[in-house]
Design a protein around this ligand. Structure first.
Ligand SMILES: NC(=O)c1ccc[n+]([C@@H]2O[C@H](COP(=O)([O-])OP(=O)(O)OC[C@H]3O[C@@H](n4cnc5c(N)ncnc54)[C@H](O)[C@@H]3O)[C@@H](O)[C@H]2O)c1
Length: 386
């Protein structure tokens, strides 16, 4: 196969936030082109957005249902190969399932669905069809995070004992949902966001990052969720103690009322011999700490990191590999995997290194568990089911 992969999009019109980031990320490595979309719940906005992306009128659709049906009927040489779903959480499952039913691969933003049950249905459909799904847990796409994972897996720190992951934001410190902020409005509405607010929106990122770097799964947790802004219907802050499968212990905090914070995601992982620290505000630096010698500052793009980080690095040292590049790494690895499958080749481990349906199901279990534990003062530990 000697062509770009053809992408369709659901959401991501001029009325949206993350869709534009997805397009930048998808196009970064010249592996993918946008061929069609239903870019908004408002057909007029879908149309004007499609025009501004220079798409022909007949590939800009009024509904995603129309898009999947019509695209599936196009000749193989024209129709999209995969769809990118960048809508609010309550519009994830239906388009994702319909895409799979029509033979299209899927990229979808987190949390994967509105409910765990929906995520399990997507998992079953993926197993049945053999199609590929990538979930854009952006932070596992950073090269320094790849290097952190590789160091833990290599056993540099011995058995992992302690994980701290914190994700404070401040943008919901006031009741933004009442002042016309669209992104705030659906995120704080249980009918659109799901049963969690902050924990679903960014707690899931923190949870996925902890499991990704450590290679360990959370088995149970003890949590407190809070609603600080009066009148808000979902958690805007919370914290959890985590127990991991190997006996390691963790603390996770996520907040959207940490006034003054931007996107201050930070993770620390400690084993018997040392540990590491990574902050998304300074993404090219990985701090590696030792019990018996000074802390090392390991930098992206300098040759100081291993093969996984290098595979996911585009620029020489000193040029931050940031949010867009991390997003692009998910798209590139996904597209390499889809391309390999189309060529009847086996995708390599490097190609398969992107968040998948398993991460999606884990994320929904995290939401269920943290919500169950988070308002219950009587029960201390709640187990992850499954
Ligand atoms: N990975 C990340 O770092 C990250 C960051 C931000 C948002 N997200 C996730 O991305 C998703 C979208 O978030 P956002 O902030 O961009 O939301 P948004 O409200 O800014 O945009 C949503 C878009 O979906 C469109 N839409 C809604 N219903 C539709 C339908 N039925 N058909 C077609 N289009 C429809 C809207 O018109 C809009 O264009 C959410 O699931 C969110 O959790 C992920």
């Amino acid at each position: 196969m000697n062509r770009k992969l053809r992408m369709g999009m659901v959401g991501g019109g001029s009325d949206a936030f993350i869709g534009a980031i997805h397009r930048l990320a998808a196009f970064m490595d010249n592996q993918i082109e946008l061929v069609c979309g239903c870019f908004s719940v408002n057909p007029e906005i879908s149309k004007t957005s499609g025009k501004s992306y220079f798409l022909p009128d007949d590939r800009v659709y009024e509904t995603y249902q129309e898009m999947f049906e019509k695209e599936a009927r196009l000749p193989e040489g024209e129709r999209m190969d995969f769809v990118s779903i960048v809508t609010p959480n309550f519009v994830h499952f239906a388009p994702a399932m319909m895409a799979l039913e029509h033979g299209f691969h899927v990229v979808i933003d987190k949390p994967i669905t509105f409910s765990l049950d929906e995520a399990l249905k997507l998992q079953a459909k993926l197993e049945e069809t053999g199609l590929t799904l990538a979930l854009t847990h952006t932070y596992s796409g950073y090269p320094a995070v790849k290097d952190a994972k590789a160091r833990v897996a290599r056993g540099d720190f011995g058995k992992i004992r302690r994980i701290y992951v914190e994700y404070p934001q401040g943008w919901l410190a006031a009741k933004e949902e009442d002042s016309g902020n669209k992104q705030a409005s659906w995120r704080t509405d249980p009918k659109k966001s799901g049963k969690a607010g902050c924990m679903g929106d960014i707690g899931t990122h923190a949870h996925q990052l902890a499991e990704y770097i450590s290679g360990l799964k959370v088995t149970e947790l003890c949590a407190e969720l809070n609603v600080f802004v009066p009148g808000r219907m979902l958690d805007d802050d919370g914290a959890a103690f985590l127990r991991f499968e190997n006996g390691a212990r963790g603390v996770l905090m996520a907040s959207q009322i940490a006034a003054g914070e931007e996107n201050a995601l930070k993770i620390r992982v400690y084993g018997e011999k040392g540990g590491l620290e990574w902050r998304q505000h300074e993404p090219n630096t990985l701090w590696v700490k030792w019990a018996d010698r000074p802390t090392e500052m390991v930098r992206v793009g300098t040759g100081q990191m291993g093969a996984a980080a290098q595979h996911n690095t585009r620029t020489p040292g000193g040029h931050p590999e940031g949010y867009l590049e991390a997003f692009a790494n998910i798209y590139r690895n996904f597209s390499l995997t889809v391309r390999a499958k189309m060529n009847n080749e086996e995708p390599t481990a490097e190609m398969l290194d992107f968040p998948s349906i398993e991460d999606g199901v884990r994320g929904m279990r995290f939401i269920d568990t943290v919500v169950e534990a988070g308002y219950n003062d009587a029960v201390k530990w709640v187990k992850f089911e499954g």
